[in-house]
Design a binder for this molecule. Structure first.
Ligand code: UTP
Length: 239
């Protein structure tokens, strides 16, 4: 089973805790031991936001801010690489082609951001499409996809399952409102729809949630299921 996991920076390194990064590396190693080919895309989290806010006050333009963001995603990716040791690619891949090449060499392929104007959500979707991944997992700080921002609206309801086209519809208005936070960004949702990628959005605070989701399909987040897509055979076998 070939999977791509997008690990939010706020999930991997909210406060640069070595035990947390090591726990994520252990979860990924568990997946590899169970026969998964694993690609990982790491986000920037709070560190990215701090750099971006500081540079914005200095007068940096949006592309410069994005480049700072990309730099922090790659720093976080290097942390994970350090924890994974020899199983991982030597350095964060600079594009999805390089990341795919690392997968072919049987390495755990780790990368951060690649180009201004997007986030690592979209990088993960493009990576998953380029390697025909069986599953794309977003390990975020929100427990799935909601019909409104759960931090702002107490009546927000979580989707247990939705189609990629429905994901685009849900994310579209959230992307228009400044300050509202979409669970995955619009470009990622569009790529998931275009490539018909089976995906899961879950709370990745506990890295074992990613293991349970990948190996058995067990999670409390949201399944994004393309029309007609069956379950990965591994899940059926595990039940
Ligand atoms: P993230 O993917 O962590 O952004 O990249 P995010 O979704 O805003 O962060 P979370 O999920 O809320 O923690 C950090 C920043 O890096 C730049 C963007 O500015 C992004 O906001 N970036 C990242 C790019 O410009 N291109 C990329 O390919 C990736």
């Amino acid at each position: 089973m070939r999977i791509v996991v997008s690990v939010g920076g706020s999930v991997l390194a909210p406060d640069l805790d070595p035990e947390r990064v090591a726990a994520y590396a252990e979860a990924i190693e568990r997946l590899v031991t169970d026969g998964c080919e694993v690609g990982v895309v790491v986000g920037g989290g709070g560190v990215a936001r701090e750099y971006i806010e500081t540079a914005r006050e200095i007068g940096a333009n949006e592309v410069e801010l994005d480049r700072l963001g990309i730099g922090t995603t790659r720093l976080n990716a290097r942390l994970l690489i350090a924890a994974l040791g020899e199983r991982a690619s030597l350095a964060p891949a600079v594009d999805t082609e390089e990341a795919a090449a690392a997968l072919r060499r049987d390495e755990v392929s780790v990368m951060g951001g690649v180009t201004p104007g997007q986030t690592t959500d979209a990088v993960a979707a493009a990576f998953a499409e380029s390697v025909d991944a069986d599953l794309l997992v977003y390990a975020t700080s929100a427990d799935g996809v909601y019909d409104a921002d759960p931090n702002a609206d107490p009546d927000a309801a979580q989707f247990a399952e939705l189609s990629p086209a429905e994901l685009v519809e849900v994310v579209l208005p959230m992307s228009r409102d400044a300050g509202a936070s979409a669970p995955v960004d619009l470009l990622a949702a569009k790529l998931i729809d275009r490539a018909e990628l089976r995906s899961i959005v879950l709370d990745g605070t506990d890295p074992s949630a990613v293991v349970d989701a990948v190996l058995r399909g067990d999670h409390t987040g949201t399944d994004v299921v393309p029309p007609g897509a069956g379950e990965p055979s591994r899940w059926t076998e595990a039940r």
